[in-house]
Design a protein around this ligand. Structure first.
Ligand code: HEM
Length: 213
């Protein structure tokens, strides 16, 4: 459970660091939310299917900034051969998600933060993890195979509610003179951005009303 706290928090932190740097992406998310949800209530889990751009923003944050670039080590329980490479029983196998998430044959122009690449992917993380073709998969943030993260459904919902509601409620903007470092990591294997501050400006007077403030 502790692992599930730091990881989800890290995605929300990267989202908060990235969005002020991409005003055109933020604007498009606001337009989508206002059109689909309106200004009188917060987005819910049920709205996600009708908010493909917001859904795509989350998948792209997860692709660009997986909290754990190297998955949990596993051990081969029997000899096997993968693409001509013999892997004997007992070999430690580690999923290198950085190379997969930044592989240009999977994601064109991988260094670019570009939610557009997921806009036609309506799968949730669990559906995507079950796709037969690994090249069709959204990303590998939750691992793979039998030991894939059992908390992924909780995590996905939590991240959706936090991010869609932040976008619904606020204009997220950089503080003048305090540039946000979008490259450096605070930690060893991914994790969070280095400390930063942003300004959250309520988008209209309805925000206080809807949040009950
Ligand atoms: C963004 C959020 C999260 C990420 C990126 C994440 C990622 C991962 C990864 C990569 C693994 C290892 C999978 C493997 O061994 O191949 C894992 C395992 C695990 N996760 Fe998560 N996780 C997240 C959220 C959560 C949450 C919210 C919970 C609990 C509610 C949770 C519970 C677990 C548990 C219990 C395991 C160990 C499973 C096992 O060894 O069989 N995770 N997670």
């Amino acid at each position: 459970m502790i692992g599930g706290v730091e990881t989800t928090a890290s995605i929300m932190q990267w989202f908060s660091a990235l969005i002020p740097a991409y005003p055109e992406i933020q604007k498009r998310a606001h337009e989508e939310l206002d059109r689909v949800v309106g200004r009188d209530r917060l987005p819910t889990i049920e709205d996600e299917i009708n908010l493909p751009f917001c859904h795509a923003i989350i998948k792209e944050v997860e692709r660009c900034h997986n909290p754990f670039w190297l998955g949990t080590p596993h051990v081969a329980s029997e000899d096997f051969t993968y693409e001509g490479q013999f892997i004997p029983k007992g070999t430690v196998v580690i999923l290198n998600t950085y190379s997969m998430h930044y592989d240009p044959s999977r994601h064109a122009d991988p260094e670019k933060f570009n939610p557009e690449r997921y806009v036609n992917d309506s799968t949730n993380n669990t559906e995507s993890a079950n796709l037969a073709d690994p090249y069709e998969r959204d990303h590998w943030m939750f691992g793979a195979g039998r030991r894939i993260c059992p908390g992924m459904i909780v995590a996905e919902r939590e991240i959706w509610l936090a991010i869609s509601r932040m976008l619904w409620a606020f204009n997220m903007i950089e503080i003048p003179g305090e540039p946000i470092d979008l490259k450096e990591y605070d930690g060893l294997s991914g994790r969070s951005p280095v400390p930063f501050r942003i300004k959250l400006v309520p988008r209209d007077e309805n925000v206080a009303k809807v949040l009950g403030l």
